[in-house]
Design a protein around this ligand. Structure first.
Ligand code: SF4
Length: 425
């Protein structure tokens, strides 16, 4: 059944059949299986975005795609085309559309201890009928390829050198290890208490961390799990660049600036993938795309940079989290995405020194729920400045974006204690 107006709601996980209302029209989210797309898929999505939406496409932090600016009268025809081409499922259910996140190069990367792509499919299948699981539930599978340690998850499975999977809870406890063949059933058993609690009290239990610390002890005991030491932490993965694959080929990763592309760029990526004979195209959890199976990766990366994707791992925009903000989001109090590039460039020196910058349209902080060195929170057209905190923390004064760009570009301490309001009423 295609649901349009009747299903329209705000503030929840949208899908293809159930769009979300935003400031720039309806937002339709696609969940490509395993984050994989063909050249034809990219072209189709670009065409659909142009005909049924505003032509703007977001890549989310879970590697999903969002078509923006869909109109009530175009939603029905859009869904029909998505279903006909296999880009959406007729039954989206209420649970997570994509429960497992693995490396975008899973199954191809040199040095992987476990085929994380196959494992992800197994976990998705094992949990498919686990009713009650919150829509935002997430399992990260780190097969030993690109590290995914900067991505918060309900459960984390990390392949050790012997190929076993060590399981971590959100509080950082590593509760034991299982063989890859046992992992899907183990994940299902460990998520079952969350599904049950969320069924009972959906407003209270949305993530595994909302359950009491001992809630999973019976399941861990039944699985024969025993606490283990944390695996050695690896440096964060580069978000752009060239990555060697098994067998002598290469993959490249490039990021969409703040996750945003337009239809022409998507068409251009498809053309690059075809002309460079890429094996496939995958979304990355760093709001970008990877092309795999390449023989001349430097040329492919340069072609993606020419389209406007970020190919340089040192680009300061890669260290900046920014939501769409106003006017695209109805709650936005400042144009976060429009301001983010100049703020990133102004803060380039600080970012090179390790600063993380979050530009948020409002205190909800959708782009980055965690802490950042500097968080700028949309307030009445300007931004509240939060140091080493989250978007919902108290701000030190309110600044116009121009003033903030100057502050971030200048050397020195940002730790103000008392500052005037620099935004005109
Ligand atoms: S944080 Fe950004 S995307 Fe989220 S509600 Fe606020 S303005 Fe909208």
């Amino acid at each position: 059944m295609i649901r349009t107006n009747a299903a329209l709601r705000r503030g929840w996980c949208p899908g293809a059949l159930r769009p979300m209302e935003t400031g720039d029209g309806w937002l339709v989210r696609l969940h490509p299986r395993g984050g994989r797309l063909s050249v034809d898929d990219l072209r189709r999505i670009a065409d659909l975005a142009r005909r049924h939406g505003s032509g703007l496409i977001d890549i989310t932090a879970r590697g999903n795609l969002q078509l923006r600016g869909v109109r009530p009268e175009t939603h029905g025809p859009l869904v029909e085309e998505l279903l006909a081409t296999g880009l959406a499922d007729a039954d989206e259910g209420d649970g997570p559309r994509r429960l497992v996140l693995a490396s975008p190069l899973a199954g191809r990367q040199a040095g992987e201890a476990v085929d994380a792509a196959r494992l992800a499919e197994g976990i998705e299948a094992a949990c498919a009928d686990l009713t009650g699981l919150p829509a935002k539930a997430l399992v990260v599978v780190d097969g030993g390829g690109l590290p995914l340690e900067d991505i918060a998850a309900d459960l984390r499975l990390h392949a050790d050198a012997a190929g076993a999977l060590v399981i971590a809870l959100p509080d950082g406890r590593w509760i034991g290890s299982v063989a890859p063949a046992e992992a899907p059933a183990a994940v299902r058993a460990l998520l079952a208490p969350l599904a049950e609690a969320h069924r009972r009290e959906p407003g209270r239990f949305r993530r595994l961390r909302d359950l009491p610390g001992e809630a999973l002890e019976p399941e861990a005991a039944a699985l024969g799990l025993h606490p283990v030491d944390a695996p050695v932490r690896r440096p964060a993965a580069p978000r752009a660049g060239i990555v060697p694959e098994r067998g002598g080929a290469f993959a490249v990763m490039a990021a969409a600036p703040f996750g945003r592309l337009d239809a022409a760029q998507l068409d251009a990526v498809a053309a690059v993938a075809r002309s460079h004979a890429a094996h496939d195209i995958r979304t990355t959890p760093w709001r970008g795309l990877s092309l795999t199976g390449l023989v001349d990766p430097a040329a492919t990366l340069a072609a993606l940079a020419g389209i406007g994707l970020i190919a340089d791992p040192a680009d300061p925009r890669l260290a900046v989290h920014a939501c769409p903000g106003a006017p695209a989001c109805l709650r936005g109090e400042a144009p976060a995405q429009a301001d983010a590039t100049r703020l990133a460039m102004a803060a380039a020196g600080r970012i090179a020194g390790g600063l993380t910058l979050h530009v948020s349209g409002c205190a909800k902080g959708c782009a980055h729920p965690g802490r950042a060195g500097v968080t700028l929170v949309g307030q009445g057209g300007g931004y509240g400045l939060v140091l080493d905190g989250t978007a919902s923390d108290p701000a030190h004064g309110r600044f116009a974006a121009d003033i903030l760009a100057r502050l971030l570009a200048a050397p020195g301490d940002l730790a103000f204690t008392s500052v005037p309001d620099t935004v005109s009423p």
